[in-house]
Ligand binder design. Structure first.
Ligand SMILES: Cc1cc2nc3c(=O)[nH]c(=O)nc-3n(C[C@H](O)[C@H](O)[C@H](O)COP(=O)(O)O)c2cc1C
Length: 170
């Protein structure tokens, strides 16, 4: 799939088919996560690949929707390790930026493979910590179901370029 098509094809998929994912597709998606740039190449990130089968009730504690816990074959959980991240002179820690870039690589790679994803930030952090066995210093930041879409793309509501882009100065 062309890069521009990947960008336009991606949407938040909130219904998934009862169909497994080919292992080579999953591997390419995981490779895309590791290929992303990170500040000072520190790579203060991690991904947890969760097979949903048999863990539906546990996963529901993290995020209730059926299309998260019961429908897709996988849930992918993006984590940061802030103490390993590059920190700017003024103290700004770049771990969240690093993870967002890597996670978007993953999401776009999934789209190119014909698979669906949906960024999820509104999950229960404490439940995630418990269910996923996160050690001290590791933070779950974003998640996505991963599977074949069972819904259709909706119209994309976006601000115009002129509303978001400032040229030369604010
Ligand atoms: C950081 C982030 C967190 C999000 N969290 C959620 C979420 O918790 N639940 C949900 O249904 N969608 C979530 N979304 C999806 C957005 O609602 C969605 O991307 C936006 O409405 C644009 O729609 P589109 O992805 O179909 O283009 C999240 C998106 C991002 C980027």
């Amino acid at each position: 799939m062309e890069y521009s098509q990947v960008i336009t094809e991606r949407y938040s998929v909130r219904a998934y088919k009862d169909r497994d994912i080919e292992p080579n597709k999953l591997e390419r998606i995981l490779e895309a996560f590791t290929a992303a740039p990170t500040a000072a190449n520190r790579q203060p990130i991690a991904l947890i690949v969760v097979k949903t089968e048999g863990r539906e009730q546990e996963l529901k504690r993290i995020y209730r929707a059926d299309w998260f816990a019961s429908q897709p074959p996988y849930v992918l959980v993006g984590c940061t390790i802030p103490e390993k991240a590059w920190v700017r002179q003024d103290g700004h820690n770049y771990a969240d930026v690093d993870l967002a870039i890597a996670f978007d690589h993953l999401v776009l790679a999934a789209t190119a493979e014909g698979l669906g994803t949906c960024w999820i930030g509104a999950f229960d952090k404490e439940a995630a910590k418990e269910v996923l066995g996160l050690p001290e210093g590791v933070e779950a930041l974003v998640m996505t179901p991963l599977g074949y879409p069972a819904d259709a793309k909706r119209p994309r509501l976006r601000k115009k370029v002129e509303q978001l882009v400032h040229r030369e100065r604010w």
